[in-house]
Design a protein around this ligand. Structure first.
Ligand code: BGC
Length: 378
């Protein structure tokens, strides 16, 4: 009798130990096929605090991200599609790892070491998010999947010299990880065999009320730790100036409802972008992971903080969601239904010597660390 009960106690203790050691789990599953038959996989990271995130090999993109609201109700809070094929057809970059150069390059042209390169032009006169077939349209390889105190997946992509006009063979990795805190950490790294330019970011669209909610994100309260921003021209390319946010609709240093000034037509900047679609110069030390932004949804109580070591943050208020995209669960996405926060180098950096450099040389490693931290407010 004694021996058996000792064994039971031991068994319980072992189970408790095993579950705390495996605070987060990683599962690899199929996510269907592209129209040409290419299989797409998905890796789901789950912790024991109600958070889970699925990343698909197409575009190393966040497909689903579920977190609890203030009452413990769990919802998916990112926009996306039900099938991989729909992502290929769409220009919205839902959840994707965007590159080689996230954001715009004027006329798709830049000069490096005296040589001028012409990139694919896919956004009016400019190149956007790496060109028409950027990293979001590529199938990434799964390098490793781990469960444990921290669950993670590393995906990689080899972009050949000349792809979309960029020089150099570029090797890129994206590592997504989730531990017991409700924080999704993403680390992008890249190396090259020839001098090139790199800027990689994540393009998740957030609606903290839920991706299928009947309200959008314009009622959310935003704080941006930015005293300056980079004004744009009518094609959304930075003019090169770095201006103070003081007295403009771009001052989010104190918590402010996004919708309060998103229609402020007295601002030429707001008119150019049909709302917010601007790079903010984040205060504090570049290279140090620091808080860039905080978004609070008063309805659900969900709070999202964005942390990164990058110099800038593109804040895009979902201006081009025009009701033609039929998302997950047959939900139509309309203007302002979600917002995007892209920690990155400044847009068009290769054409502005006063902006932090986007050049990557052989022997160097490009890196961008992003943390999306979730909590709730009463
Ligand atoms: C850009 C927007 C663009 C959107 C989707 C954002 O990162 O700043 O201008 O419409 O991506 O293409």
């Amino acid at each position: 009798m004694k021996l058996v009960s000792a064994g039971l106690v031991f068994g319980v203790a072992m189970t408790a130990m095993a579950s705390s050691a495996l605070a987060a789990d990683a599962q690899r599953t199929s996510f269907g096929k592209l129209n040409d038959g290419t299989p797409i996989e998905k890796v789901t990271l789950t912790n024991d605090h109600g958070m889970s995130v699925s990343i698909m090999t197409l575009g190393a993109a966040v497909h689903t991200l579920k977190v609890p609201d203030r009452k413990g109700h769990i919802d998916d809070v990112v926009l996306g599609y039900d099938t991989p094929a729909e992502y290929l057809a769409d220009p919205q970059y839902f959840g994707a790892s965007v590159g080689r150069f996230a954001n715009r390059i004027a006329k798709g042209k830049f000069t490096l070491d005296g040589k001028t390169y012409q990139l694919d032009v896919n956004d009016g006169p400019n190149s956007l998010h790496g060109g028409a077939d950027g990293f979001d349209k590529r199938v990434w390889k799964i390098d490793s999947v781990k469960s444990g105190p921290i669950a993670s997946v590393t995906m990689s992509y080899d972009s050949p010299d000349g792809q979309e006009g960029y020089p150099g063979d570029l090797h890129v990795t994206a590592t997504y990880s989730l531990g017991k805190e409700n924080t999704l950490k993403i680390v992008y790294k890249a190396t090259t065999d020839k001098p090139t330019i790199v800027n990689i970011s994540n393009h998740s669209y957030w609606n903290l009320s839920g991706a299928q909610a009947t309200v959008g994100a314009m009622h959310d309260i935003l704080t941006l730790n930015a005293s300056h921003f980079t004004p744009i021209d009518s094609t959304l390319i930075p003019t090169g100036k770095i201006e103070s946010v003081e007295g403009t609709p771009f001052d989010f240093r104190k918590p402010t409802r996004i919708g309060l000034r998103v229609r402020d037509g007295s601002s030429e900047q707001i008119r150019y972008a049909h709302g917010y679609d601007h790079n903010f110069v984040i205060d504090g030390q570049v290279g140090k992971v620091r808080q860039m932004a905080r978004l609070e949804d008063p309805k659900s109580g969900r709070v999202l903080e964005i942390w990164s070591d990058a110099p800038g943050l593109q804040f895009y208020s979902g201006n081009f969601l025009d009701g033609t995209m039929l998302g997950k669960g047959q939900h139509l996405y309309r203007e302002g239904d979600a917002v995007v926060f892209e920690p990155q180098l400044f847009p068009d950096a290769p054409n502005h010597p006063n902006f932090p450099s986007a050049t990557l040389n052989p022997g160097q490693t490009y890196s961008n660390t992003i943390e999306f931290k979730f909590s709730t407010e009463k």
